[in-house]
Ligand binder design. Sequence first.
Ligand SMILES: Nc1ncnc2c1ncn2[C@@H]1O[C@H](COP(=O)(O)OP(=O)(O)OP(=O)(O)O)[C@@H](O)[C@H]1O
Ligand SMILES: [Mg+2]
Length: 611
Amino acid sequence: MEYEQELDMAPKKFSLQLWRRILKLSRNHWRELGECMLMLALLGITESLPPLLTRYAVDRFVVARDTSTLGWFIALYAGLLLFNFVISHRFIQLSGHIEWGVNYDLRAKGFRKLQELPFSYYDRMPVGNLLTRVTSDTAQIGEALGWGLVDFVWGVFFLAASFIGMAALNAKLALAALVSLPVMFAISILFQKKMIVSQRNIRKSNSAITAAFNEGIMGARTTKTLVREEMNYEEFSAQTDIMYRRSIRGAVLSALFLPIISSVGAIVTAFVLTEGAGLVLEGVISLGTLAAFMSYITDFFEPVEHIASIFSEFQRRQAAAERVLTLLDTEPDIRDSREVEELFGDNFRPKKENWPPIRGDIDFEDVSFRYKDGESVLSHFDLHIRAGQTVALVGATGAGKSTIVNLICRFYEPTEGSILIDGTDYRQRSQLWLQSNIGYVLQEPQLFSGTIADNIRYADKDAGMEEVKRAARQVNAEGFIMKLENGYDSQVGEGGNRLSTGEKQLISFARAILHNPRIFVLDEATSSVDTETEMMIQRAIEKTLEGRTSFIIAHRLSTVRHADRILVIEDGKIAESGSHSELIAARGRYYQLYTTQFREERSMDVLGKKG
Ligand SMILES: Nc1ncnc2c1ncn2[C@@H]1O[C@H](COP(=O)(O)OP(=O)(O)OP(=O)(O)O)[C@@H](O)[C@H]1O
Ligand SMILES: [Mg+2]
């Protein structure tokens, strides 16, 4: 299945098949759903009874002035009310259960899927979109099943029972009511459609305005320096203008709907009243029967609206259902083969007892690679690294350095050729095996809400406080941690946004060290800390990296001098390879890069001191 590129908000034709799949996914709630529908069917029937009671009351108590059965009548009425109350209570309980249960199940499934999907999936999917899928989309489906579906059942039973009641009383009058039904349905459906379109337009406008706001705020500084305020304001006004017009249209539409439906109702009422009155005078029906009819017809509109709205309701939520299903249907393009899974387990049930120990030899054998729909990044790339070596990758932006380490981590797989870990193609091992043995520190480190200590022991929940502190000390992070109000127990905020990027890097460093992996990947990992801190980390990790295979990508060449091997990457190829002193002696690309950077840093220093 292809990852979809964009999400269409437009409701398509109502798709029964889609909802059948959603129903199947909600198997856990079938019993509740069944019971709930039964309750509503009962409720629909019992709620159609009062007109019959009215009829009895009018004929007996009013016309015949006989109140001998009044006690019974009141008891019966009270009993009916009580019965309805009990059933309503139960149905609301059940609906709530279904709504949240379905929502929860789909969220859990979606979340699990997201954990399973490879890194590359997130290249294509904006995070905002994914969040919508696992939150509001699933909630919409829950509501549709919990309330929409059962509403429908109620409407159908209420209408049907009312009709049977009417037909039993007088076929001719019942027929008049029956004729009005299609008209009401047609009007309801027409309006529903128009209102959906109108609401969708309003929502579109609204998100355009939100986006404009967002950009206006986020980009305030840029806007000011580029003197774009005037233009931005004009664009913004145009958007709000559209929003205003669309909202008015929506309001007019919904203001029209009820009066029109009521008019149809009034016409039917008038007809039944005149016809009925004649019949009463002729003595064909009693006054009570006429009263019953009037009350049937007054209550007519509600179920019609409920039934008419179900399709548009489900159609409106169809986009949400589609999005959730597409997520659940997404097949990861990197996955372990069945044999591998059998032997080494999957992400949720790893069979660690079968995992071979890892040494850390890495070989690229004639690897070619391109990103999906991208140009070729590596072609026929060979690289052989013995366990324990520290390898530095340097080179221009876009040269392919990150791509190489992404391949090592198996965030992507080679398009051609193979990557061997300890002499075996890594596709013959489980992803989890490799990834549990790799420590990956990125330029934009990812922290999670929680405390500093939680974040350091993120991958190793059982690590004690002492281990956490040792890891932090090793990367010289303790200094800034102790300055925080609660030390290791300080909250880092959502995504770690209460810390500076450099501080986040230090924390993710400590996290990688605590995890004690055989292979270390540092992709611009120290680019956001100052030079002095970088030097300190450098000294600290040199010890840590000893005996482990490690890859360091850095723009600041002073930090990679001590690597066993430095590879200069150019256009996805190794342009030069050797130790610092060898490459300097060779006076090639590396020498150029190094001396230029060195000179720049020197002049920066001098300028800094002057200013
Ligand atoms: N997810 C992706 N999808 C498509 N193309 C990509 C993706 N990531 C990188 N590329 C492309 O692959 C090429 C190599 O990118 P890569 O990120 O490996 O460069 P880099 O050497 O790490 O650069 P930098 O120093 O800026 O981090 C670039 O041309 C880039 O545009
Ligand atoms: Mg990179």
